[in-house]
Write a protein that binds this ligand. Sequence first.
Ligand code: TXA
Ligand code: MG
Length: 310
Amino acid sequence: MKSNQSNIKKAKNYLNKNYCIGVPTETVYGLAANAYIDSAVKKIFILKKRPKNNPLIVHYHNIDSLKEDCLINDNFIKLYKKFSPGPITYVLKLKKNSKISRYVTNNKKTLAVRFSKHTIFKNLLKQLNYPLAAPSANITTSVSAVKIKDVKEEFGNKIKYVLDGGVCTIGIESTIINLVGKPTILRLGGLDIAKIQKALRVKINLNINPKKKISPGQSHLHYSPGIPLRMNIAKPKKDEAFIVFKKQKTKLRNCFYLTTKNNLNDAAKNLYSCLRIIKNKGYKSIAIEKISNKGLGKTINDRLKRASEY
Ligand code: TXA
Ligand code: MG
């Protein structure tokens, strides 16, 4: 606990000087900077090699701090009470007098906001008098980082500091819902959309189709391990890395598994690490067996589909 406090203090000092740092959340690690300062926000785009027109998620400590920048509505309150802090991001209307840097939103009138459940990150946000813009801590188009080592692999010494929060417990990005107008899912993520649907009691739209891009993160060029990936494969090719859902009794050659617990949440948690391990072992391609499309299986298949179009 003591070391966490001194780490949080270090993180705070860097952020106050407008540096970007790595931060842990329960979904994936973020690359964070003061969301109110143009020069700090610009650094995120440069480090991630992110197109300027792809807006960032802003992380708030609580609803009071959010209200300074955004207009809230009934659907937001319903979902916030049930799922925040947690793996859900809300797109809301920005207030005219909001202090959010225009670089965060690329001059858009909406803002994506999230409340993380991660204790260390929450503690950090509590001690700051500004919210943090934090996209996933990976170079654009590569897979997200789920532990401190992954963040270092992505950015090396280009960033000053990564706040250690252990391994992310969810391991896949948040679910994004647009709450401006009719509720619409913009990205599948760590919160099962069936739960959101149940809480809102209205049919929610799904707009995760990259052809009609509201969210540039819907682009197919995201979440790629950097080598070709084929889905729904029963028999892999000779030198291909083969990912199966659950641990097998006998270890097959070139075979990797997503879960020892035989459940989809655990598989989602391990997906990005598995892809990173395979790439780092020098494999040239990946085959993956058919994954069930229930619950977080939908999110896993969404990410694999995008990765497969690399
Ligand atoms: O779990 C997560 O959401 C992680 C952690 C760090 O919070 N963050 C994350 O950020 O995945 P990022 O930047 O990798 O993905 C954010 C997505 C992008 O696809 C972006 O286009 C979309 O959110 N987005 C941001 N602002 C938006 C807005 N105003 N309207 C629609 N989409 C927006
Ligand atoms: Mg990302």
